[in-house]
Write a protein that binds this ligand. Structure first.
Ligand code: SF4
Length: 345
């Protein structure tokens, strides 16, 4: 029995529509991918439980926004909504106090530092670095991730110098997307320059690519994959644009086969590093199919996996395990994983 027939027998996927040609392509590539272990990550900045996996129930890896809900860029796909569930930490003192409280009360393992960006798609973190540095010195077990936004060599060095472990940024491959979706007057080359600057430091660099970022159309993803492949990143995170965050009617939902083909292409172009499916993707049956494609394409990790997906891994013979952390953070494993909603930040 082929993969398509086998996964169609999984109860949670009985109403799912899979692209037969794509599943056959995954199966052909299978000998190179099925032995790769896959990690199912359940970060704690969202409530999470499926019929197969439990959220950890503790706030052990929260996200802080240094601008609370504010963002000057207001990208069309997000309009700063990604910041809403984050914990506001608009001053260094507030960040310090909240992190210490969570260490005492909630077994904090690490945190994500994020925020809205200015009109140049930069985030002003400088005044927070002394606090980050002190926290890291006092609590060396904390794993600290940061949404870098665009930065330069000096900015990347300051992040690394403060003790940040993991740097995350969106990589965009199409100039039209930078201009239209981000409302940003900077060349695509600035995204690659940021990637290069981050990779020149000791940071673990985990870029994100948002599939369908151009109003739900696949446009610059292949170029973005090439940009990532040219640099010694630690891992790549793929997410799928969520029209849910955008103004009604402005974004299409990318078709699942288009998303699955990007997974296959990412695995092919980046065979030697971790490629992960991050938290953000459309919910419901779309998510079940997308996540099943991620398992079959040979991606190395999935954040908040949908119902039925651990069964897909079992069915095709991929070793799987669960971990509680933002999957961009290494927590005792031998490889870092990446995730979180990719912020343009
Ligand atoms: S993706 Fe980042 S920069 Fe863009 S609107 Fe959202 S928070 Fe702001």
């Amino acid at each position: 029995m082929g993969w398509l027939e086998r996964i169609s027998e999984i109860e949670e996927l009985e109403d799912a529509e899979f692209d037969a040609g794509l599943v056959a392509a995954f199966e052909r590539a299978g000998p190179a991918t099925v032995a790769r272990p896959i990690r199912f990550s359940t970060p704690t900045f969202k409530d999470y439980t499926t019929s197969e996996l439990q959220g950890c129930g503790k706030n052990s890896f929260p996200a802080f926004s240094v601008t609370a809900g504010g963002c000057a860029l207001m990208c069309d796909h997000c309009e700063a909504k990604i910041l809403e569930p984050m914990i506001p930490a608009t001053s260094p003192e507030m960040l310090d106090r909240k992190v210490r409280d969570l260490i005492l009360l909630q077994d904090l393992q690490g945190f994500l530092l994020s925020g809205g960006s200015n009109r140049l798609n930069e985030i002003r973190y400088e005044r927070f670095y002394p606090v980050v540095e002190r926290l890291k010195r006092e609590f060396p077990h904390l794993k600290i991730a940061i949404h870098t936004a665009l930065t330069d060599e000096a900015g990347a060095k300051r992040m690394a110098g403060a003790g940040v472990d993991t740097a995350m940024m969106d990589v965009i491959g199409a100039q039209e997307t930078v201009r239209d979706v981000y409302h940003l007057d900077r060349p695509v080359a600035d995204f690659e320059a940021t990637l290069a600057a981050l990779c020149a430091t000791s940071l673990e660099v985990v870029p994100h690519i948002v599939v369908g970022l151009h109003y739900g159309r696949v446009l610059g993803e292949a170029d973005a994959l090439d940009m990532v492949a040219r640099h010694p990143v630690h891992a790549l995170v793929l997410v799928v644009v969520m029209p849910f965050y955008a103004k009604a009617g402005t974004f299409l939902t990318p078709e699942t086969p288009e998303v699955g083909r990007i997974f296959l292409e990412a695995r092919r172009r980046i065979p030697d590093r971790q490629v992960l499916l991050g938290c953000a993707r459309p919910p419901g049956m779309h998510k079940r199919v997308t996540d099943s494609y991620a398992v079959m394409a040979g991606l190395d990790g999935i954040a908040f996996p949908a119902d039925g997906v651990t069964a897909v891994a079992r069915t095709i013979g991929r070793p799987a395990h669960q971990e509680h952390a933002c999957c961009s953070i290494k927590l005792g494993g031998s490889l870092s994983e990446g995730a979180s909603m990719a912020c343009g930040a």
